[in-house]
Design a protein around this ligand. Sequence first.
Ligand code: GDP
Length: 408
Amino acid sequence: MLSSPVRRAPCDRIGFALARRRPRAFAIDREAADGELAPSMLKAGIVGLPNVGKSTLFNALTRSRKAEAANYPFCTINPNVGVVTVPDDRLEVLRKITKTHVAIPAAIEFVDIAGLVAGASKGEGLGNQFLGTIREVDAIVHVVRCFVDPDVIHPMGSVGPVRDIEVVATELILSDLEAVLKRIDKTQKKAKSGDKEAVAEIALLERLAPHLDANRPANILSVNDEEAKLLRLFQLLSAKPVIYACNVAEGDLATAEQNPFVQVVAEFVRAHHDAAYVPIGARIEAELIDLAPDEAKAYLKDLGVEDSGVSSLIRATYGLLGLLTFFTSNENEVRAWTIRNGWKAPQAAGVIHTDFERGFIKAEVVSYADLARLGSLAAAREAGKYRLEGREYAMRDGDVAHFRFSTA
Ligand code: GDP
């Protein structure tokens, strides 16, 4: 049987069922898993020293975007976990073209991991518990204090972004070093018996141990593709991609790039592969929660900015992880879906439903740019921009896709 999510009844039923249960939104690292990982939404953990603005940012993020995240109610059970939708102007354009009322953005789960203090890797300040939570996230949003305020105590006595970054990073690295040494112990015997995989593991672990011991995070170790896969398997904390959220005073937001605290973070980031930085105004974002959208815009305009940096932070999280968005659109809804760069059409279909991947036949694809320019699917078809792609097609950011699959 040939079927597709828009026109055929079986898929409509699937779509209906999907709307009522947790969508199979995202599986971040399928290829790294021994078996298939349970699909889950992309997770970012907010870390940093105490009093840098983590909770302010978390509350602002999750409260201000609560309405938009209403389609993801399953994630709001835990008070430290919030769902944040990914801002994407293309959805509104597609919604108008499709003439539907419902637009569902992609979403990221943010976890507030509380303050890490020096000694966390040795259990200080509930350290191990926090480190365990970090192990479960796909990316780390490291909030760095870049505002001076004598009324807000700084645990280190003064504002010093790179020093603060290093305090937190050191705890992650120490925890990793312990894990690596344990793994060497465990794997050595197997490697000596000639087990090929164990030999490869030991070779990497023995490069990692001195690297970590020199207080260098795992994400700056240069590795080939095979080693990168192994590294993911080790689930090291310092191997996770990091975004430094530079929390600046509201008066500094418009000129954040000239802020000396932000500049030293930028300098630091240049030395790291898997890192990025975004200036944010956590307190401003928190203050915007209670304003009407127009008032919020006017308030930001007075400060000389378009947004408080939080939207950029969400987008940067997305970019850093090498993620891209594709869309589905039909008369019921338009929806953004998250996949990894390089994923082929059947994998992308599988994000919507496993049946779509299993029975994949073809993907009907039109790029967002073409669709937006031409104004309708019919016009896109006429212009020859509506393509039929097979299983080897690598999805591109902005593809509007319609999957044909068989349930037989
Ligand atoms: P956490 O310990 O990192 O979670 O920090 P909080 O979010 O609880 O913030 C600690 C204190 O810093 C609170 O009193 C916040 O109001 C204040 N704070 C957060 N962001 C800013 C900011 O951008 N500027 C100023 N002046 N204070 C801030």
